[in-house]
Design a protein around this ligand. Structure first.
Ligand code: C2E
Ligand code: CA
Ligand code: CA
Ligand code: CA
Length: 274
């Protein structure tokens, strides 16, 4: 807090100073972590609703800082603001492709989905980066899926469309994440080179008692020939409702929490063992 001349504004309240301090420490910790590559990926399984068969994983970043696990929900926004997301995102992409290639060679092909942030997608070199990473690790493009939130895509469709088209041309799959939370224009959705709609957890959470949004998204996806994933499936009732309603793929704590790479690999091995 600062006062000048005794009668001026107090610019910062105590609480704001604390928050600014926390933020600064997070920022410098994040810079060190980027330099030291001290992140980790965990992998959450996705299964086919009808059969229970493993269909792929979503890679989720983890960071331990000063002995504590910091949630990506807390540090990804900081990484976005500071531009650190570009390097972090590149690391995530590399690590996910390296892992998918290794699993494919050792066990069998299993797609891995990676989250892409607003700033990464807007980066003019993004599609080139994806192409280079796939080449460098010898990863078949169909093993990589990119999850982009509805809000990010729809905020500037015209600007993102060429990038999405280039990515699609590489052969990677594109999923619209957190679908239903933003404002999708139907006209745009039809033009977008996307393969998958991921129904946001908040709507899955409403199942089975308030199924309107989930039903609408599933009907829309069926019309547009898009595949559907329900995220955040936590109860047997939700799973049952989604399977009956024709949702293709399920993901959530009911099926499995995100797993360390070794545990995820054990699932891949089992899926291909016969
Ligand atoms: P998201 O992409 O929507 O990821 C799903 C989040 O829900 C993950 O949280 C996951 O652990 C959690 N989750 C999965 N199943 C359930 C469930 O049944 N119940 C509940 N309550 N939660 C479930 P996480 O790992 O903390 O990630 C949070 C967000 O941080 C992600 O949301 C994503 O937006 C972002 N994020 C995570 N990893 C990355 C990354 O590598 N790059 C970027 N750009 N963003 C990331
Ligand atoms: Ca996601
Ligand atoms: Ca999501
Ligand atoms: Ca979500």
């Amino acid at each position: 807090a600062k006062t000048a001349g005794g009668d001026r504004f107090v610019f910062y309240t105590r609480e704001m100073t604390d928050r600014a301090e926390i933020r600064l420490r997070l920022e410098s910790g994040l810079r060190e972590a980027v330099a030291a590559r001290s992140f980790e990926l965990v992998y959450q399984p996705k299964i086919e609703a009808a059969s229970g068969r493993l269909t792929g994983f979503e890679a989720l970043i983890r960071w331990r800082h000063e002995g504590a696990a910091i949630s990506p929900a807390d540090f990804i926004p900081v990484a976005e603001d500071t531009g650190l997301i570009i390097e972090i995102g590149r690391w995530v992409l590399e690590e996910a492709c390296r892992t998918a290639t290794r699993w494919a060679l050792d066990h069998g092909p299993v797609p891995v989905a990676v989250n892409v942030s607003a700033r990464q997608l807007a980066d003019p070199g993004f599609s080139r980066l994806v192409e280079q990473v796939l080449q460098r690790h010898g990863t078949p493009a169909r093993l990589l899926e990119l999850e982009i939130t509805e809000t990010v895509i729809m905020k500037d469709v015209r600007h993102h469309l060429p990038t999405l088209n280039r990515l699609r041309a590489l052969g990677v799959r594109i999923a619209i994440d957190d679908f239903g939370t933003g404002y999708s224009s139907l006209a745009y959705l039809r033009q977008l080179p996307v393969d998958v709609l991921k129904i946001d957890r908040s709507f899955v959470n409403d199942l089975p008692h308030a199924p309107d949004i989930a039903s609408t998204v599933l009907a829309l996806a069926q019309r547009l020939l898009l595949s559907t994933v329900a995220e955040g499936v936590e109860t047997a009732e939700q799973r049952h409702w989604l399977a009956e309603a024709g949702c293709d793929v399920l993901q959530g704590y009911l099926i499995s929490r995100p797993l360390a790479a070794e545990a995820a690999e054990a699932m891949v091995m089992t899926a291909f063992a016969r």
